[in-house]
Design a protein around this ligand. Structure first.
Ligand SMILES: *[C@@H]1O[C@H](CO)[C@@H](O)[C@H](O)[C@H]1NC(C)=O
Length: 348
């Protein structure tokens, strides 16, 4: 009988323990490890960003119409964050916008999106007028001065300046937690296993890229000395570069020609996933102001946002802790399919 009582006591104890464990599981999912992973977590905001035109007038949307449905279809979006189409006049009229959306619907159907996904995609589209002015000191006929690269002057140069620094003060973007830039020739080629914004949030990342590739020395003229001088004047930048394993070309402290014709490491920013606040810190802002202070860097030397982004990341972020190579997402830029890695779903 004593044994029976002890059994009973054990059973009651087990039941109580089980009840407590279950009640912890059910009553407070918001207190555990996944505190920041509740379904409708308002802890962040985000947008996908396409810069679709930088000069006034219409722009052929054919490629964009190919890119958007794949982005919708192949990413398991946890939230249907807006897709911002930044344009410099191409979609100023109601007619041009509704024509675009009609064509997008056809393209989405052509790419076998479900009717539900097609509607979601159309609802996400937000046309955002964004003008690009030549900065003071750069004349409208500046191309006549023979800039280093005069192809698509000044449209291409506007793009580089915009993504290098202006985007961080764009009124529609500056207060977002994250933006995810894609270009009209960016293709999410296969189903991904997570929402990239959710990845950034869950893993507390500040920057994600898809591919690194050097930019040629002739379009980064002056960039090595610029970064080097900045680091010398800002010891905390110098030591962060060191910690991030930054390497300089030879002869950093020789008086002349440091870094001349040397390639500069670059992130291919046609896939550019950014935690905005990390690029709006006072120290980053001071750097961006200095970067912008000589507009010839973009409008004559044709510095690109790709090497600039990599420099920003290495100068101001902790690369090991904050930066992710998002090879889990199958991706092609133009015809070039970048190598993938295994996609591990985020823990629910
Ligand atoms: C998240 O990362 C930031 C750097 O961006 C860091 O300051 C912060 O402490 C991290 N938070 C957690 C919970 O690890």
């Amino acid at each position: 009988m004593a044994l029976g009582k002890r059994h009973l006591a054990l059973l009651v104890l087990a039941a109580v323990v089980l009840y407590l464990v279950r009640s912890i599981d059910f009553s407070s999912p918001a207190e555990g490890r996944f505190r920041n992973y509740a379904p409708k977590d308002p802890a962040y905001t985000a947008a996908v960003v396409y810069l679709v035109s930088v000069l006034p007038g219409p722009r052929n949307p054919d490629k964009l119409l190919g890119s958007l449905p794949l982005m919708q279809k192949n990413i398991p979006w946890r939230e249907q964050w807006p897709v911002l189409l930044l344009h410099a006049g191409a979609y100023d009229t109601l007619e041009s916008r509704s024509e675009f959306l009609d064509r997008l619907r056809i393209s989405a159907e052509g790419q076998n999106l479900t009717p539900d996904d097609t509607e979601k995609l159309l609802k996400r589209i937000e046309f955002v007028p964004t003008r690009h002015e030549l900065p003071p000191g750069i004349p409208a006929d500046g191309v006549a001065d023979g800039p280093i690269w005069d192809g698509e002057w000044p449209a291409y140069h506007h793009v580089c300046a915009f993504f290098s620094y202006k985007i961080f003060s764009h009124p529609r973007i500056k207060d977002l937690t994250y933006f995810f830039r894609l270009d009209d020739d960016s293709y999410i080629t296969k189903p991904a296993c997570f929402d990239p914004f959710e990845y950034m949030h869950v893993h507390n990342q500040s920057y994600a890229f898809r591919h690194e590739d050097p930019d040629m020395g002739w379009v980064t003229d002056g960039m090595w000395p610029f970064v080097s001088n900045y680091a010398q004047r800002h010891p905390e930048v110098e030591s962060r570069l060191d910690r991030n394993g930054w390497e300089w070309p030879p002869h950093r402290f020789w008086p002349n020609n440091f870094g001349e014709a040397e390639n500069f490491r670059s992130y291919e920013t046609n896939f550019d996933l950014v935690k905005v606040s990390r690029f709006r810190t006072p120290e980053m802002t001071a750097f961006l102001d200095e970067l912008a202070s000589d507009p010839k860097r973009f409008y004559w030397y044709r510095w690109g946002d790709a090497p600039v982004r990599l420099a920003q990341v290495y100068m101001f972020l902790d690369v090991e802790k904050e930066v992710h190579d998002m090879c889990e997402i199958s991706y092609a830029h133009k015809d070039y399919v970048w190598p993938d890695c295994e996609c591990v779903p985020l823990v629910e």
